[in-house]
Design a protein around this ligand. Structure first.
Ligand code: ZN
Length: 88
C-alpha cells in the first residue's frame, strides 16, 4: 500500500511564530483556538480576575479601579459646581 503524500493532520492550522535568528516559521500544529503551538505560548499566562492565583479582594481589579476613577471624577465635578454656592 502506497503512502499518502499528505494526511488530514497535515492540513491543520500551523503555528505562526517565527524564529528570532533565522526568520523561519515554526509550523508545528497550532493548539485549537490559538494561532501558535504549545511551545510558543498557547494556553500560557494566568487567568484575569477572580481566577488569578494572586486575587485577594477585588479592590485592585481593572473594573474596581475604573469605577473609583469615575466616582472621583464625579466628586471633583460636583465640588467645582458647588464652588460658587454659599453655605447656609
Ligand atoms: Zn510554534
Amino acid at each position: 500500500m502506497a503512502k499518502a503524500d499528505t494526511y488530514p493532520m497535515h492540513s491543520s492550522p500551523r503555528c505562526t511564530a517565527k524564529s528570532k535568528r533565522s526568520g523561519v516559521r515554526c509550523c508545528n500544529p497550532a493548539v485549537r483556538g490559538w494561532t501558535v503551538c504549545r511551545m510558543h505560548g498557547a494556553r500560557s499566562g494566568a487567568k484575569p480576575g477572580a481566577e488569578h492565583p494572586n486575587f485577594r479582594h477585588g479592590m485592585q481589579t481593572k473594573e474596581a479601579m475604573a469605577m473609583r476613577k469615575k466616582v472621583m471624577g464625579l466628586v471633583r465635578e460636583s465640588r467645582a459646581a458647588l464652588q460658587g454656592v454659599d453655605n447656609p
